[in-house]
Design a binder for this molecule. Structure first.
Ligand code: FHN
Length: 433
């Protein structure tokens, strides 16, 4: 079961099986690209720079005035995502700064009014479709630029002395309507949208949650405009499956498949290369290709998806560090994507060998053993006897011989039981880093 068995269907008509079908392309895809791109790319020191450095609208305006990503080429971005093996892309239509990549009729704070002077979202969506990738929109519930967004604990003006007075002019009802108006634009004017990533709720003192966003109405509007769309879990509507479709552990790897009411649920971890979502020029602790590939494998081994983020620069390109990692992952995926796409957590009957991860394709009944530390000679598979009939390396399709019905003892130093199997591996690990 992929989700909480609940008497409440997602909508009046959707059953849990229908929901599983609606999510099928996504659960099969397993791997997507997140893109964080906005005015903060010019600051080049994190997408929260306006809040972290307490810049008011006037101080932050300089990034609006210089925003001119002259090298922006959606074809390039989509090609890189596709070659990395990613099957969908979730792009920030608008982040917390309130700047819109699309030509919204409800604000002047948009790309069409900057030096680049064009809708940056439309050509990207069209390119995704032309290259066969699914379309995801990230939409910030938070908007530090909007005059009706009440100042709260994370707002750039959160340290102002006269917050009470400033908030008297801010009307949350008008802001709720602004959210509905923009969501209507995004889910009406850009064709079929496959996924929406609302971001994010922070209920509690001086925070914001479902009542501030009018989340129930926003979700109903979302499903009305795009009935097949997949919705994440950040509207502060915490009952599964009616309030959201999947869980989103962020920059975090769950110890096991997340559950709701004791039942495994669809989930996706969103992760960065370096800790920052937006382009961060001077951040140098970037994950290696090996770490990123292991992260992807571990995610799928626990029945989840990986949404891996790129923060394009203010020129509109992926920087070399991002390119290097996307190419490295792509090379691995070229040979090994069969162990990722359509795969999930392996049945418990297969004991995970040390230093390995398992993924499993329920349709083909194929088990994939990901060897993270290549053994000196052979791989000891405990209690695997008669559980498989053939083994091969994925990178070159070469057969792997195996022994079972082993008589314990003898020259082997391992405690091997007659229920075990020994895979005879080549001395050198396949070069799929
Ligand atoms: O505040 C945002 C953050 O900048 C980034 O967009 C992440 C991506 O999931 N979401 C929020 C933090 O959870």
């Amino acid at each position: 079961a992929l989700q909480a068995q609940s008497s409440k269907a997602v909508t009046a008509t959707e059953t849990s099986l229908a929901k599983e079908e609606r999510l099928k392309w996504w659960t099969n895809a397993r791997f997507g690209m997140f893109i964080h791109w906005g005015l903060y790319a010019s600051a080049a020191r994190h997408e929260w720079v306006q809040s972290r450095e307490k810049m008011d609208a006037q101080q932050y305006r300089k990034y609006f005035e210089v925003f001119n990503p002259d090298m922006y080429d959606p074809k390039e971005w989509v090609k890189k995502a596709k070659e990395a093996g990613m099957k969908y892309v979730v792009i920030t239509t608008k982040h917390h700064e309130g700047f819109c990549l699309w030509d919204s009729k409800f604000t002047d704070y948009k790309a069409t009014n900057t030096p680049i002077a064009k809708d940056l979202l439309k050509p990207f969506v069209e390119e995704l479709r032309s290259q066969g990738l699914k379309v995801g929109f990230y939409y910030s519930l938070i908007d530090w630029h909007h005059p009706d967004f009440p100042i709260d604990r994370i707002h750039p003006l959160s340290q102002a002395k006269n917050i009470e007075e400033l908030n008297q002019t801010r009307d949350i009802k008008k802001y709720q309507q602004y959210l509905k108006n923009q969501v209507t634009e995004l889910l009406t004017n850009y064709g079929k949208i496959d996924l929406i990533f609302y971001d994010y709720s922070y209920p509690g003192p001086n925070g914001k949650g479902k009542d501030d966003w009018d989340s129930q109405a926003l979700l109903a509007l979302t499903r009305k405009l795009q009935p097949q769309i997949i919705v994440n879990d950040r509207l502060d509507l915490n009952d599964m499956p009616s309030g959201y479709d999947y869980k989103t552990p962020e920059q975090f790897m769950p110890a096991k498949w997340p559950t709701v009411n004791g039942v495994q649920v669809p989930w996706e971890t969103c992760q960065t290369f370096s800790g920052s979502w937006g382009y961060f020029r001077d951040e140098y602790s970037w994950k290696s290709n090996r770490q990123l590939i292991a992260m992807l494998i571990e995610t799928v081994s626990k029945g989840g998806n990986l949404l891996l983020n790129v923060g394009p620069t203010a020129r509109g390109v992926f920087d070399d560090r991002a390119d290097e990692r996307l190419e490295g992952i792509g090379k691995w995926m070229k040979y090994n994507n069969r162990a990722i796409y359509g795969c999930t957590q392996a049945p418990e009957t297969f004991e995970k060998p040390a230093n390995c991860l398992l993924t499993y394709n329920e349709k083909t009944k194929r088990l994939y053993i990901h060897v993270l530390q290549w053994p000196f000679k052979s791989l000891h598979l405990k209690n695997f006897k008669d559980k498989f009939s053939y083994a091969q390396l994925l990178n070159d399709g070469s057969e792997i011989k195996f022994k079972q019905d082993i008589k314990p003892g003898g020259h082997t130093t391992e405690t091997v039981s007659e229920n075990d199997v020994i895979l005879e591996l080549p001395v050198q690990a396949p070069n799929t880093e």
